[in-house]
Ligand binder design. Sequence first.
Ligand code: F0G
Length: 362
Amino acid sequence: AHQWRGVIAEYADRLPEHLTTHPVTLFEGGTPLIAAPALSERTGADVHVKFEGMNPTGSFKDRGMTTAISAAAARGAKAVVCASTGNTSASAAAYATRAGMVCAVLVPDGKIAMGKLSQAIAHGATLLQVDGNFDDCLIAARKLAEAYPVELVNSVNPDRIQGQKTASFEIVDALGDAPDIHVLPVGNAGNITAYWKGFREYAGLDDGAAHGAVATHTPVMWGFQAAGAAPIVLGHPVTEPETIATAIRIGNPASWKQAEEARDVSGGLIESVTDDQILRAHRILSAEVGVFVEPASAAGVAGLLRLSDEGRVPAGARITITVTGHGLKDPQWALRRADGGEVTPVRVPADVVSIADALGLG
Ligand code: F0G
């Protein structure tokens, strides 16, 4: 019998040695790449969904947190800090606990989903709601880590990118080659940076050169920001980002330049999608694909559908889309109807005839 051993053990030969000596792991990664016939039919492409909600804390952040916390632990760190729209804080809190470290998290006041808040608290983090947005939190976290004995575990920490690049390896391993196009949401832009690095390394480029090529090419990268928080699309920071996709409610992404490089070198694009487009994609993922995600995670699918409507998706292209976090993180959106009304369960007496009637079987 074989159990997936976590991204450090599975890809140790492709990670810097300082990340692999003392692994702190919850057996993250090894997430399913799920064929999505409903999306293939809608777009005329061959679409597969990488479901990162299947990680131990329910988001892709665990891939980078196993490496960041392992490195911090190996250096003897006692405390870590992060700024977060929620998922990073949940992940940092869980991995810090495994490593016996103290974890402090700075979150934007009132703008993080309840599930994520609960996770950070449950795992014992000290959580501070900062009077400001994510960008303010990140500035404060960086300054704190410079001036005090606490390590920063946001994706500006290169150890995070090393772990997150393994998602690209898994996609290529599953398909037997790189996809033609890879699609994902963009917030602070760490993940698009990491995916691009992973795809390049597996194509035998950069740090992957010593290993030879696993893939014959790198994919075109398509990133999507929420329209109310789309600094890379607009070409300037957004001082008051707004979107229902709170995970990507970010106005000044730390890895902005790297995201542009991934876009430009791959011949790709970074565009925006409206909250309505995100919620529609969220419903299609739940009701037609069978994958429940949080709103931000649907931004990539929303973008693909928009480009398909515009006739910009190449017929038959093999497309992979990362859906970044689990729907249970922020479940309220499923209970909203398309017309804005609230879904309420039908009440019935506890007898089989009434139940059959209510089901239209009578
Ligand atoms: N999707 C989800 C569910 C996220 O939580 C994030 C980022 C992203 C997409 C965007 O990824 O920042 O690498 O471009 N969440 C961070 C956090 C900011 O604090 O949890 P990115």
